[in-house]
Design a protein around this ligand. Sequence first.
Ligand SMILES: CC(C)(COP(=O)(O)OP(=O)(O)OC[C@H]1O[C@@H](n2cnc3c(N)ncnc32)[C@H](O)[C@@H]1OP(=O)(O)O)[C@@H](O)C(=O)NCCC(=O)NCCS
Length: 163
Amino acid sequence: MNDLKYSIGEVSYWDQEDRRIMKTCLSNWFQSPKVLNFVAPSMTYPFKFTTWVNYYRKLSAITTFVAKHKDWIVGHISLHFDETTKNAHLFHLFVDPEYRRQGLAKIIIKAMEDHGSNLGAVSFSLFVVPKNDSARVLYEKLGYQEDNRSHSSGIKYSKINQG
Ligand SMILES: CC(C)(COP(=O)(O)OP(=O)(O)OC[C@H]1O[C@@H](n2cnc3c(N)ncnc32)[C@H](O)[C@@H]1OP(=O)(O)O)[C@@H](O)C(=O)NCCC(=O)NCCS
């Protein structure tokens, strides 16, 4: 794994230019219903960028990071920080298929967890659909534990922030 291959930067769905770029990028990524379901189970196929952006409009305190390789966006992750519970919820994780199994998901999750820590997060959580075995292995490797209660959004994984 070579972290230096990638740069991590913030994008905002409130910024017109970022929206334009992300629309192209996400429309390209979500050409299969299975992939869309893994990343955004509440969305119906085909992918609609306006529906995606509306999700961001509903919640405040969201941060989105993208990973770039030579100016090319190859990964995406968002975080919602709850000021009351001090929980940081990770969502919309995606790594470009051509860049998988190189540790990139680990890198962007770690960058987001560091950001959550700076906001004061005491815990991290995320949801995963039951069939998404690769993501479940990834989260378990990063110290997340399955919460046995059932949730409409999928299986909840969480961990205490020890950072
Ligand atoms: C899941 C996903 C984000 C993983 O991204 P990635 O950059 O390939 O992950 P990493 O290289 O950081 O993998 C870290 C570890 O996770 C596990 N893992 C990742 N992909 C895996 C796969 N396809 N099968 C088995 N284990 C896998 C491995 O243990 C891996 O470590 P290793 O390569 O040393 O064996 C990527 O496959 C993806 O974008 N999938 C589609 C969208 C999605 O499912 N998002 C998650 C929504 S909850």
